[in-house]
Design a protein around this ligand. Structure first.
Ligand code: ATP
Ligand code: MG
Length: 267
């Protein structure tokens, strides 16, 4: 009797396996949603840019949701994207820095989700650049290989086109940073960095370049580079940013074009 039960169970399991498609590996989950369409690539030359497949589970673990239109969080980033693009278009701005008063409020998470959301507008390409030269995180959050990165460009060991990565999302290009620079603030105010910002800004009119910066009050890194970037998005976090810190940060931004503030980690 027991044997018959086991046999029936086995057949049932076999049938349910056949009826339901096998669980897709996480990497494939993402790729299905982002089938590459050559006509949508605009000016970015993907023949030169490395294409890296992302894993949905890894992204979600790092609070990156904007790649998935079925996720409610992606709608929040679309609203933010539209507000930002309207202001940038009105003023002819093409470069945007994301910063905050203090660390760990969610700048990098906001920068990545925003870049993905902008890239989903078919008339835009988005470039995401890791300018946190103390604790670069974009590559880690996206799960990118970083054998070539901004570090190599700055050390003269790679060309700009060698370090671009397309994370298999149309119209999104990432410029990751692998490790901390020796002199972050000096590097960010160097002529190499101003040349890079200019190059990224001038090359393509339809491209929005987002720079992920460190916070304003813990080092002078952000202050060193902000004058070269068209406009700023400030991120503050619920229960983390005090009024005094926000006021101090705003004082540093008095000459910058502050687009607005994201209130993150709200309950
Ligand atoms: N809305 C949110 N709710 C909860 N946790 C969040 C939210 N946004 C970001 N986080 C988490 O907060 C932590 C810090 O996020 P992130 O690295 O983006 O911050 P950051 O401001 O870039 O930090 P840093 O100043 O070190 O660069 C991460 O663990 C991230 O997953
Ligand atoms: Mg960060």
């Amino acid at each position: 009797m027991e044997r018959i039960k086991q046999a029936i169970e086995k057949v049932k399991q076999q049938q349910s396996k056949e009826a339901a498609p096998a669980a897709q590996p996480q990497q494939e989950r993402l790729l299905e949603k982002h089938t590459f369409q050559a006509e949508n690539l605009l000016e970015v030359s993907y023949s030169k840019t490395r294409v890296v497949k992302l894993r949905a589970g890894h992204l979600e673990k790092h609070r990156i949701f904007a790649f998935n239109k079925n996720d409610p969080t992606s709608l929040i980033f679309d609203v933010l994207r539209t507000q930002i693009l309207q202001k940038m278009e009105e003023n002819g701005w093409r470069t945007l820095a994301v910063t905050s008063p203090t660390p760990a409020v969610g700048k990098t998470v906001v920068a990545i989700n925003l870049a993905m959301s902008i890239a989903q507008k078919t008339d835009r390409t988005a470039m995401l650049v890791d300018f946190d030269l103390r604790q670069p995180r974009i590559g880690t959050y996206l799960g990118l290989p970083m054998d070539k990165s901004l570090n190599d460009l700055l050390e003269g060991k790679a060309e700009l086109s060698d370090i671009f990565v397309n994370p298999d999302i149309p119209r999104l290009v990432v410029l990751p940073t692998r490790s901390a620079a020796r002199n972050p603030s000096e590097t960010l105010s160097s002529s190499a960095i101003s040349g890079l910002i200019k190059e990224l800004r001038e090359h393509y009119e339809s491209r929005i370049t987002i720079f992920d910066l460190p916070s304003l009050l813990h080092s002078d890194d952000a202050i060193a580079v902000i004058p070269q970037i068209d406009c700023i998005l400030m991120v503050v976090a619920n229960g983390m940013s005090t009024k005094r810190e926000i006021d101090d940060a705003l004082r540093h931004l008095s000459k910058a074009n502050l687009l607005g503030t994201v209130f993150n980690k709200a309950q």
